[in-house]
Structure formats: structure tokens, C-alpha cells
Write a protein that binds this ligand. Structure first.
Ligand code: NAD
Ligand code: DAO
Ligand code: ZN
Ligand code: ZN
Length: 373
């Protein structure tokens, strides 16, 4: 019989508060669920967004974290697709293969467990986390800021055990999102021109994707020039700081590119920059992809004539990647040396230092901090 595991986790008690390291009880996996031991987890801007209180779905107290890598510790009744000892990446976008969305062939947004996941609960409507009997909620169905976590089987991608989980954890969100947005959502073709707004983990991964797609021009935009060195190393051909110009950045880019770029990507979560990203696209065919998550209640705007004259506005979650069927191949491509992940890992730390990871992010000093358990 499987027992409850008592372990360390970083608990978000309320919006705007530092995470607190607590001893939590992690109940055994129920039917269709899997308990994993985390080896590493990245810290993404979306964790900070939810902690700030801006996320309308943010529930407290909860265990944040969604960019993890771990090993299966135990499985619940009926689980067949993973076994104890398998290396796995948690998926905040599951893949059941059966729902209308999975069956459509048009989207990665599986809705099978959407309602409960959004409330911080497992599919049966309860939580596996508690402290002295008090409920602690799940987050994005993943809760990777814990030594152990429980996930539905459909929320795990089984990956090649040769891949270091301390690096491929980044494929659980940031790197897949940026690369997937370029290669999967926009399908950037060789020779295309691309503008990428925001050079955090997401934007830099979009640069990698654009370089892999052999884009001829990759314009990287950020107000923090410390990001430019790595952007260039990954393949950016131009790095520009909007603060250096006294006109809108979209006008600067349109001039630089003889009418605008073929594709643009917003990797910040700023609705004004989303407008710039659309309007720097070429008339007739330019496509802009929104990746950044804006604060609750914010709205985008542009003149509709921008769309009438052929520009396209779209968005993407997790780079449009279907986690169970497609993520293992990203791991293989990483193992084959097609792209590096260590460039992104500016800091490694213990779970106790998780609040420092948020500070480094807010100060613009890190790309990714990775917590090693
Ligand atoms: P990050 O904080 O590491 O990077 C953001 C970058 O944007 C920073 O380099 C910052 O200097 C720059 N920036 C801020 N304001 C700017 C401005 N006005 N002009 C130009 N640059 C500016 O964040 P991240 O982890 O890379 O995440 C980026 C965004 O993507 C966040 O909104 C996050 O929530 C979102 N996200 C979306 C998905 C998805 O599936 N759609 C997945 C992961 C993250
Ligand atoms: O299916 O309705 C839904 C929600 C899907 C959630 C996708 C989240 C993507 C943006 C958040 C960034 C994650 C780290
Ligand atoms: Zn993320
Ligand atoms: Zn589904």
C-alpha cells in the first residue's frame, strides 16, 4: 500500500508574499495519477505573475512551479503509460487524446481536466497536498516547487532518461514555448524576417527557433541591453532598445525592413508592445504571435485596418506543442545537439533560495534560475 510522503515544498500563502519552505504531506496518487520525485525545476515569469496576485486563476495557499523534471516514484490504479523510475516532464497542458480538442488535430489545448486544474485541484476535485490536515492547492496541474508532486497520467511526458533533468526541465515551459511558437504556430520559413519583443527565457528561445528555421533577419527588442549579448550569440542579427528612439518602435522596424517583418512575437505580456508587434508586420502577410500573458482585465487594441490590410494576429500556449506526443522529440533533438539549454541557466540554487530566483528575475539579472532538489 502506498503511503503519504512528508517532504519539503515552497508554499505560496498569499499574493505578494515570499514563498515559505514548509513540510507538506503528499498523498499517494489516486486512480489515473502519478507521484513523482522532482529532480529540478525552472522558475518562469508566469510563476511570478500568479504570485503577484494578477492571475485571475491564482489560488492560495498553493505550491507554484510548472517547469520541472522528475522521476516516477509511484503510480495509481490503472496507470499504464509510465512506470516507477521513468523520467518525466510535467505538462500544464495535458494531452488526453480523447477530448474534442485533442481529436480536432487543430490545437494542443486539451480540456479534459481544465475545470479542476484551474481551481488548483486534481481531476476528482480534491488536493494531494496538505499541512497538518489543511488543504494546499495545486498550481497549473504541476506544482513543481516541491520535492514530490502528484499529476494526472495525461499530464506527463515520458522522456529519454539520458537527458539531464536539470536542463531539460526548461522544456516543460519556456524553451518549448518560444521554439514552438516560431516553428509550430507561425511556421517561420527559411529566409523570413522576424522581430522578437522581450528577451527572457521565452524570447531567447524564439530566437533559437528562428535561427533553426533559417530566418534571414532576426530583430531582437528589449529595454534591458544586458540581454543583447546572449541574443546575438543565439542568432539575433539586430538588437534594438526602444528607449534609443523618439518614435514608436514599430516605425523603426518598418523602416529597417523595407515595410515590416514577416513574423513577430510578443514575449513580454505588455498590451502596448502587443500592438507594436502587430504593427511592425509587413502589409499583406505579416503575422504576429502573442506569447506573453497580460494582467487580468487588460485589452489589446489596434486599428482594424491593420488586419483588413492583411496582417494577422494570433496567440499560442506552450508553443502549440502537444506534450505527450511531441515533447519527447524536443528532448531527442536537444540530445542530438540541435540546440543548447545551458545558455539559459544563469543561476542554479536550492529550493530554500526560491525567493532569490524571483528577485533575480525582477531585477533582470537572470534568464532562468533552476532549482536542484
Ligand atoms: P522574463 O521576465 O524573463 O522576460 C521578459 C523580458 O521582457 C525581459 O528581458 C524584459 O527586460 C523585457 N521587457 C519588459 N518590458 C519591456 C518593454 N516595454 N519593451 C521591451 N522589452 C521589455 O519573462 P519570460 O519567462 O521570458 O516570459 C515572458 C512572457 O511569456 C510572460 O508574460 C510569461 O507569463 C509568458 N509565458 C507565456 C507562455 C505561453 O504558453 N503563452 C509560456 C510561458 C511564459
Ligand atoms: O486550456 O483554457 C485553457 C488554458 C490553457 C493554459 C495555457 C497557459 C498558457 C499561458 C500561461 C503560460 C504558462 C506558463
Ligand atoms: Zn512558464
Ligand atoms: Zn484532450
Amino acid at each position: 500500500k502506498l503511503e503519504t510522503i512528508r517532504c519539503k515544498a515552497a508554499v505560496a500563502w498569499g499574493p505578494g508574499q515570499d514563498l515559505k519552505i514548509e513540510t507538506v504531506d503528499v498523498a499517494p496518487p489516486k486512480a489515473g495519477e502519478v507521484r513523482i520525485k522532482l529532480i529540478a525545476t525552472g522558475v518562469c515569469h508566469t510563476d511570478a505573475y500568479t504570485l503577484s496576485g494578477d492571475d485571475p486563476e491564482g489560488v492560495f495557499p498553493s505550491i507554484l512551479g510548472h517547469e520541472g523534471g522528475g522521476i516516477v516514484e509511484s503510480i495509481g490504479e490503472g496507470v499504464t503509460s509510465v512506470k516507477v523510475g521513468d523520467h518525466v516532464i510535467p505538462l500544464y497542458t495535458p494531452e488526453c487524446g480523447e477530448c474534442k480538442f485533442c481529436q480536432s488535430g487543430k490545437t494542443n489545448l486539451c480540456q479534459k481536466i481544465r475545470a479542476t486544474q484551474g481551481k488548483g485541484l486534481m481531476p476528482d476535485g480534491t488536493s494531494r497536498f496538505s499541512i497538518n490536515g489543511e488543504i494546499i492547492y495545486h498550481y497549473m496541474g504541476t506544482s513543481t516547487f516541491s520535492e514530490y508532486t502528484v499529476l494526472p497520467e495525461i499530464s506527463l511526458a515520458k522522456v529519454n532518461p539520458k537527458a539531464p533533468l536539470e536542463e531539460v526541465c526548461l522544456l516543460g515551459c519556456g524553451v518549448t514555448t518560444g521554439m514552438g511558437a516560431v516553428m509550430n504556430t507561425a511556421k517561420v520559413e527559411a529566409g523570413a524576417s522576424v522581430a522578437i519583443f522581450g528577451l527572457g527565457g521565452i524570447g531567447l528561445s524564439a530566437i533559437i527557433g528562428a535561427a533553426m528555421a533559417k530566418a534571414s533577419r532576426i530583430i531582437a527588442i528589449d529595454i534591458n541591453e544586458r540581454k543583447f549579448d546572449l541574443a546575438k550569440r543565439l542568432g539575433a542579427t539586430d538588437c534594438i532598445n526602444p528607449k534609443d528612439f523618439d518614435k514608436p518602435i514599430q516605425d523603426v522596424i518598418v523602416e529597417l525592413t523595407d515595410g515590416g517583418v514577416d513574423y513577430s512575437f510578443e514575449c513580454i505580456g505588455n498590451v502596448d508592445i502587443m500592438r507594436s508587434a502587430l504593427e511592425c508586420c509587413h502589409k499583406g502577410w505579416g503575422e504576429s504571435v502573442i506569447i506573453g500573458v497580460a494582467g487580468a482585465g487588460q485589452e489589446i487594441s489596434t486599428r482594424p485596418f491593420q488586419l483588413v490590410t492583411g496582417r494577422v494576429w494570433r496567440g499560442t500556449a506552450f508553443g502549440g506543442v502537444k506534450g505527450r506526443s511531441e515533447l519527447p522529440d524536443y528532448v531527442e533533438r536537444y540530445l542530438a545537439g540541435e540546440f543548447a539549454l545551458d545558455d539559459f541557466i544563469t543561476h542554479t540554487m536550492s529550493l530554500e533560495q526560491v525567493n532569490e530566483a524571483f528577485e533575480l528575475m525582477h531585477k533582470g539579472e537572470s534568464i532562468r534560475s533552476v532549482i536542484h532538489f
